[in-house]
Ligand binder design. Structure first.
Ligand SMILES: [Zn+2]
Ligand SMILES: [Zn+2]
Length: 383
């Protein structure tokens, strides 16, 4: 991260220093770190206004110690025109790649074009979506001036990992990456985290399959906390919320652990936090669904960042989980799990909604035969 260059400039506690090299930093207070940056930089360094070309050239020449003549030469050599590979009197066409080019960029472009042709395998929707996420973010400006990310705002990159419920997750660590602003509350991160356990519908619904979607765990069990540096940040926005960190705090007291404290998730902004960059913290919801949360970067917003506040928390990466298909049609994603099911080829067995209904109910919706049915939410439902 950018902190290492500033490290030498001061021995302040609020400038992140590595605790373990290339792993995580020591603890620092995010807002103080932001102030340190702002006090060292000139306003134009973090301004969102695009510098005009002449000012940029003058600054560049000064920093490089180049005179006007060298600058003019450099500009001519590095100009985009020098990259053209077509005769001067022809219009350039980015789609036409000259044959037998040895230029790496053109070889790559040719490859990409070949891939796009219909007879070849085209990009799947997940890759297209990932590209879209990325391009959404670039230099995006809001329509309304009140939605602009203020100059000097902090942007945090946060990885939220999937709970290690499957063996394979112990070897690779799928996660989503979100960009958050320093002024965001922790609750905004919580609401941006997609986890299937929030969508689980608990219960057996073979007698009333149409009732099932009315209950979602997130609506019923709203308690959750983040754990950063000895503090449990609990979500207390709703009357149903419970303080699920108290058991741990009390247990720690009686077992000679350091004392942990509490704060409210909804009252805590990211700039208020004291954290280590690169260190694994915890997000816990639905009682025992535990996700590692790692802040991988803290930096000032730049003119080329997405400057539309409304698009934050900005999702920039999302792991793709393979979906489990219906055991009958092998086409649609599983929505129902049945057990003790005389019609099913296996126990338990997964069905899409259509196959489930057709196989288990008559045209009037009466249950046929004996089975137990549980609504199933596929982990790939968020792909
Ligand atoms: Zn979860
Ligand atoms: Zn099906």
């Amino acid at each position: 991260m950018a902190a290492s260059s500033a490290k030498a400039a001061s021995s302040s506690d609020n400038i992140p220093d590595y605790e373990y090299v290339d792993v995580n930093t020591k603890v620092f207070h995010i807002d103080s770190f932001r102030s340190e940056w702002l006090s060292r930089l000139k306003p134009e360094d973090f301004s969102h206004k695009q510098e005009d070309d002449d000012v940029f050239d003058a600054r560049f020449a000064k920093e490089m110690g180049a005179d006007a003549e060298t600058m003019a030469k450099l500009k001519a050599i590095c100009s985009l025109d020098s990259l053209c590979c077509h005769p001067e009197d022809q219009r350039s066409d980015a789609e036409t790649v000259p044959p037998n080019s040895t230029l790496k960029t053109l070889i790559q472009r040719k490859k990409k074009q070949d891939l796009k042709r219909p007879q070849k395998v085209s990009k799947n929707r997940h890759d297209l979506y990932a590209d879209e996420l990325e391009s959404l973010a670039l230099s995006r400006k809001p329509n309304d001036a009140v939605d602009v990310v203020p100059e000097g705002e902090v942007i945090l990159t946060i990885n939220v990992y999937y709970p290690a419920v499957y063996d394979k997750f112990n070897h690779n660590r799928p996660h989503m990456t979100l960009l958050m602003l320093g002024s965001h509350n922790l609750t905004q991160l919580r609401d941006a985290i997609c986890c299937v356990s929030d969508l689980q519908v608990c219960g057996e619904f073979s007698n009333t399959p149409d009732m099932a979607p009315d209950f979602i765990s997130k609506d019923h069990f709203k308690s959750a906390f983040f754990f950063f540096e000895g503090v449990f940040y609990i979500d207390m926005r709703f009357p149903e919320c419970q303080d699920i960190s108290m058991t741990t705090i009390e247990w720690a007291k009686t077992h000679n652990f350091p004392t942990y404290s509490q704060a409210k998730m909804e009252d805590t902004r990211f700039v208020d936090l004291k954290v280590k960059v690169g260190f694994p913290y915890l997000y816990c919801h639905q009682g025992d669904c535990e996700h590692l949360v790692i802040i991988t970067d803290v930096r000032l917003a730049h003119a080329n960042d997405c400057l539309d506040k409304k698009l934050y928390p900005l999702l920039t990466h999302k792991h793709r989980v393979s979906t489990q298909k219906c055991a009958v049609c092998h086409v649609f994603i599983g929505r129902w799990l049945t057990t003790k099911d005389q019609f099913a080829p296996s126990d338990p067995c997964l069905f899409c909604n259509k196959c489930f209904q057709m196989l288990h109910y008559d045209t009037e919706g009466n249950k046929l035969g004996d089975f137990l049915a549980y609504p199933y939410v596929d982990p790939g439902a968020f792909n």
